[in-house]
Structures are given as C-alpha cells and as structure tokens.
Design a binder for this molecule. Sequence first.
Ligand SMILES: [Zn+2]
Length: 205
Amino acid sequence: MSTSYAPPVQRLITELSKLPGIGNRTAQRLAFHILRASHEDGAALAEAVLEVKEKIRLCEVCSNLTDEPRCRICSDPRRDHGVICVVEEPSDVIPMERMHEYDGVYHVLGGALSPIDGVDAEDLKIAELLARVAAPEPATVREVVLATNPTTTGEATALYVADELRERAPGVTVTRLASGLPVGSDLEYADEVTLGKAFAGRRAV
Ligand SMILES: [Zn+2]
C-alpha cells in the first residue's frame, strides 16, 4: 500500500480499486477526478451509492433488483406471465429488454452453478423458480426460457434447471437460447440483433 497519499485519498483509491475492471492506476485516476470535482458532484456520487444500498432489494417474485416489493416487470399486467426467462444476474435482464421482442417475465438466479467456487443449487434462486413454475395459481406457466450465459457454468446451470423442471413441472416447455451468442461471454455484452436471433431460434431442451 502506498504511503505517499493522505489517508483519506488512499482510502478512496482502495475502495475504488475493489470495483470490477478497476486496477490501481484507474482507481488513482478516478480518485483524482473526484478530488477535482465540485463538492456537489462528490456528494451526489456518495449519496447515489448509499441510496442504492439502502433502497434497492430483490423482487419477491423474480429476484430482479427493485425499490418496491415487486419489480415493475412482475407488476405489469401487459407482460405475459406464462413465459419466464431465466437469467443469471439482474444485469442480464437489460439486454433482453433492449431487444424489444420479449414480453414475458423473468427469474434471476443470482449466479451460476460452480461447485469449484462453492456455488451449489441452494445458493441460487432455483427452488424459488421451481415453486413459481409448479404453482397452479394465478397464471399457469407455459414456457421457461433458459437464458443463462453461454459459459461452462451457465450451460451446467441450464442443464440442471432443465432436469429439475422436467421432474417438477413436466407439462411446461423448457427452451434454451439458440447458439450464436459468443461462446464464453456474458449475455450482458450481447448486442440486441444477436440476442434477438438467439431468442427467436430457441429450442426445446
Ligand atoms: Zn420481479
């Protein structure tokens, strides 16, 4: 740890460097940008961080991020509640919404199965998904679209969830996004044309 900065500056650099993709040099650059900014801009950044930590929670239905008990998508009667798209992270909902072809609802797992990293089925919102799909009321689910990432852990998660769904809800169609998404990458980096094609070409698994 460098001792050449005053402790408050070093603290800010340390906290910024914990962000993904931010190395020490970038953290220093950001810290000096914040130091040069007005007091109002600095306070607005700090307050925005505090506000999301205080107000944002998981939707009681789909586990997407929300500031209400239910997210806007789950409480929208114009959405098709008979189709559930399963994604790993809340950030994966954004590219799905951006393609403007999907009008169903979501289920956010909160990650992907990775026994090596200690992530097992109980650590994800899989039981919640099964309960949603198997529940007879209020709307019967017709299809579950598995849109986990085209990575090793994402594929393993899709297979596991598909098996569980077949057992627990045999009448429900389970589909997987078509290949064509860049292998090994995250859904959140897919452009809407590629994602739209993968969605349109989804097939039963
Ligand atoms: Zn929701």
